[in-house]
Design a protein around this ligand. Structure first.
Ligand code: DOR
Ligand code: ZN
Length: 346
């Protein structure tokens, strides 16, 4: 007995593709199902200027296997030295769709990020003027703040003041992990959206820490208590257009994940659409999946929806996903939801 669900081709509104051999290995995992993705700029060195974004876009397109189509939507990495005019030119050329704010030290390759938010005020004002989206990694880096509270404190101390000081600035709160963030999005009436990852709909902090430490579930922002996971599920499956998929699929080799100080990131590009179908069906919301994965994102970014479709198929037997993706740098473990999945993309 099979069940089929045909939906508009989805897009991924937050994706890490890296560069070089890693890029070549992981890009097909996304391009197989997704039409476009917002490409994170946290390379080493980061993608700071329009010229760097153009060169990175060309490397992504060159890495795309023959016969696959995929549109990378480029972003710039905001630094205290970012030139508002360079940002405006990259936007006017249609090259970049967002600027990414990393508080310095918050996550992987964020050392070049922002320490003093006043220093980026001219860039934010220019972005509000031209309608360019700011994507935020929403965590404070203050060591006095507990890591499980860093997102909620970021909203109060950084995000809300920035939005009040910069009317018209369009913001996507990336990879939200708390009820606080979902509530904040709903409390605002304009210019604010949020991405939610696949893995944050599935794991809570017990998955990382109970019964032995599970490095493959460690990502940033770190998964929170169960009540927050439930709040994210409610936001994602509610049909509210302010919430949309951004997988934050973030490949690290197993060697780098399993170090004494392992890297943050879950690699979900391979099985995200199957897992989302499972999650939405479990919550009795399969009819809301197309909005979350295919329609709300383009609407926020003021882009057309994809014109083609994909078909999700539910089969009687559990689907076997690859455990790892081989790369020239070493294997990358695919996110394991910890339950049987019967959905697949035809
Ligand atoms: O888990 C994460 N991995 N969170 C981030 O913010 C960065 C990402 C990465 O680049 O590996
Ligand atoms: Zn990310």
């Amino acid at each position: 007995m099979t069940q089929e669900l045909r939906i508009t081709r989805p897009d991924d509104w937050h994706l890490h593709l890296r560069d070089g051999d890693m890029l070549r290995a992981v890009l097909p995992e996304t391009a197989r199902h997704f039409g476009r993705a917002i490409i994170m700029p946290n390379l080493v060195p980061p993608v700071v200027t329009g010229a760097q974004a153009a060169a990175y876009r060309d490397r992504i397109l060159a890495a795309l296997p023959e016969g696959m189509t995929f549109e990378p939507l480029m972003t710039l990495y905001l630094t205290e030295d970012t030139d508002p005019e360079d940002v405006a030119a990259a936007h006017a050329a249609g090259l970049v769709k967002a600027v990414k704010l990393y508080p310095a030290g918050a996550t992987t390759n964020s050392q070049s990020g922002v320490r003093d938010f006043d220093k980026v005020r001219p860039v934010l004002e220019k972005m509000a003027e031209i309608g360019l989206t700011l994507c935020t990694h929403g965590e404070v880096t203050d060591h006095a703040i507990d890591i499980f509270d860093r997102e909620a404190v970021f909203i109060d101390r950084v995000l809300d003041p920035i939005r009040r000081a910069t009317p018209g600035l369009r913001v996507v709160m990336e990879h939200i992990t708390t009820r606080n963030a979902a509530d904040y999005v709903r409390s605002q009436d304009r210019d604010l959206g949020a991405t939610i990852t696949t893995h944050h709909l599935i794991i809570n902090r017990n998955h990382i820490l109970a019964g032995g430490i599970k490095p493959h579930y460690y990502c940033l922002p770190v998964a929170k208590r169960e009540e927050h996971r439930i709040a994210l599920r409610q936001a994602a499956t509610s049909g509210d257009a302010r919430f949309f998929i951004g997988t934050d699929s973030a490949p690290h080799t197993d060697a780098n994940k399993l170090l004494p100080c392992g890297c943050a990131g879950c690699f979900t590009a391979t099985n995200t659409m199957a897992l989302l179908a499972h999650v939405f069906e479990e919550d009795g919301a399969l009819d809301k999946l197309e909005g979350f994965a295919c329609k709300h994102g383009p609407a926020f970014y003021r882009l057309p929806e994809n014109q083609d479709q994909i078909t999700l198929v539910k089969q009687a037997e559990p689907v076997i996903f690859p455990e790892k993706i081989d790369t020239k740098d070493g294997p990358v473990t695919v996110f394991d939801p910890g339950f049987a999945v019967h959905w697949t993309v035809a």
